[in-house]
Design a protein around this ligand. Structure first.
Ligand code: PXP
Length: 242
């Protein structure tokens, strides 16, 4: 039997709705506290360069008010490194970021960006922040994460979520193989992007995966059934898959 699987709830899109109108409502910190009550094991928030959803003030409040771990998603920039070092979240997930994208498209090229990432992984680690690299399920990227000394990788499940039929099965195999390879090299494995009630179980069943980070679907579902309900149901599906 696979061990426990944590759920990190990404609250970015509560801030997206707030920012559509300006002002303070709905409050992403309230969503984070409610998600924690409903069984979330951690909260994830992406402070994007353009601050389109989460703001610096949100990160400050989340750092002060959360009793469960905060995972800060960040681009590999000096500005974000300084912010992470100031707030010292439990974890920092380094993601690629393009201003024109709607969401994080593809993983970071850990192999191609070794020299840029190495000092960042080192500095975050020295500050006791658990660093993860958001990568495609590709053996080259796992090897690069090993070379960087990253303690965690988060495997991008976006392609898996978009595909159907045999192509989805093949992508799931890639995820499972990458998870096994990373774990064999002593790296903790997380996964996320595009996960829903319908597609989460096969990913949750990969035994080396220790954490899933899920946002857009949970916040969307919360419109219909409430956030506590959507978080509880996701946790139940994850538990059932283990
Ligand atoms: N993990 C990472 C690294 C991400 O960038 C995102 C999207 O912000 C997610 C997980 C969550 O993806 P989704 O919102 O599609 O559930």
């Amino acid at each position: 039997m696979a061990g426990p699987l944590r759920l990190g709830v990404n609250i970015d899109h509560v801030a997206t709705v707030r920012n559509a109108r300006g002002g303070g409502l709905p409050d992403p910190v309230r969503a984070a506290l409610l998600a924690a009550q409903a069984g979330a094991d951690g909260i994830t928030a992406h402070l994007r360069e353009d601050r389109r959803h989460i703001t610096d003030a949100d990160i400050a409040r989340l750092s002060a008010e959360l009793a469960i771990p905060l995972n800060l998603e960040m681009a590999a920039t000096d500005e974000m490194l300084a912010i992470a070092l100031r707030h010292r979240p439990h974890a920092a997930c380094i993601v690629p970021e393009k201003r024109e994208e709607r969401t994080t498209e593809g993983g970071i090229d850990a192999a191609g960006q070794h020299d840029r990432l190495a000092p960042m992984v080192r500095e975050l680690g020295a500050a006791n922040i658990r660093v993860s690299l958001f990568i495609e399920p590709d053996p080259r990227q796992i090897a690069a994460a090993v070379a960087l000394g990253a303690p965690v990788v988060e495997l991008h499940t976006g392609r898996y979520a978009e595909l159907d039929g045999e192509a989805r099965t093949a992508e799931l195999r890639r995820l499972a193989d990458a998870a096994a390879l990373a774990a064999k090299n002593g790296i903790e494995v997380h996964a996320g992007h595009g996960l829903t009630f319908d597609n989460v179980m096969p990913v949750a069943a990969i035994p080396q995966v220790r954490e899933l980070n899920i946002g857009h679907f949970l916040i969307g579902e919360a419109i219909f059934t409430g956030l506590e309900d959507s978080v509880r149901r996701m946790k139940a599906s994850m538990d059932e898959a283990r």
